[in-house]
Unconditional design. Structure first.
Length: 174
């Protein structure tokens, strides 16, 4: 059995059991320098933390969920950044929003005000997201039922850099 096969065989076990990982590394060190180097790299990758996601990765992740981004305390959906607008367009293409029979937009806000205030701000963000989608995705409101509702601070608020997910879009087909 080759050293590379040994590394592949025990790689999953390395992820699950730290003591086993240590023993495998010792064994590999004794058996082969090539396998030992691969084992050490696997061990280091396992123990080193993943780098934090970049702004672009955060935006893309939120857009895939259907989030429309707003600056804090703003009722204007963000689209000046080309990357953000392209992330929205990718979600719209994948969700086939252009042929949707119903679109639901949930307004979300932070917890800074009273419950009534946050519900009102959430509704305004949902309405701003609706106007934004009609303008940028070229949705025909007469052909697609668009419902807006506010969850205020009841749902968790996700962030990407200085932006926050102020509205969550869900697309339905029949």
């Amino acid at each position: 059995m080759s050293d590379e096969t040994l590394v592949a065989r025990y790689r999953k076990k390395l992820e699950n059991n730290k003591l086993f990982a240590f023993l495998v590394i010792i064994t590999l060190l004794l058996s082969s320098s090539v396998a030992a180097i691969a084992g050490i790299k696997s061990l280091l990758a396992y123990f080193s933390p993943a780098p934090p996601p970049t702004f672009e990765e955060q935006v893309a992740s939120l857009a895939r969920k259907g989030c429309i981004l707003f600056l804090p305390d703003s009722l204007v959906a963000q689209s000046k950044n080309t990357f953000i607008l392209n992330a929205y367009k990718d979600f719209w293409r994948r969700s086939d929003i252009y042929y949707a029979t119903r679109i639901e937009i949930d307004g979300i806000t932070h917890h800074r005000g009273t419950a009534e205030y946050n519900l009102a701000i959430g509704q305004e963000k949902a309405r701003a997201a609706e106007i934004f989608i009609i303008e940028h995705a070229r949705i025909v409101p007469e052909q697609t039922e668009i419902l807006t509702q506010s969850y205020g601070e009841e749902r968790p608020l996700e962030r990407a850099g200085e932006y926050e997910c102020g509205a969550l879009v869900r697309v339905f087909h029949n």
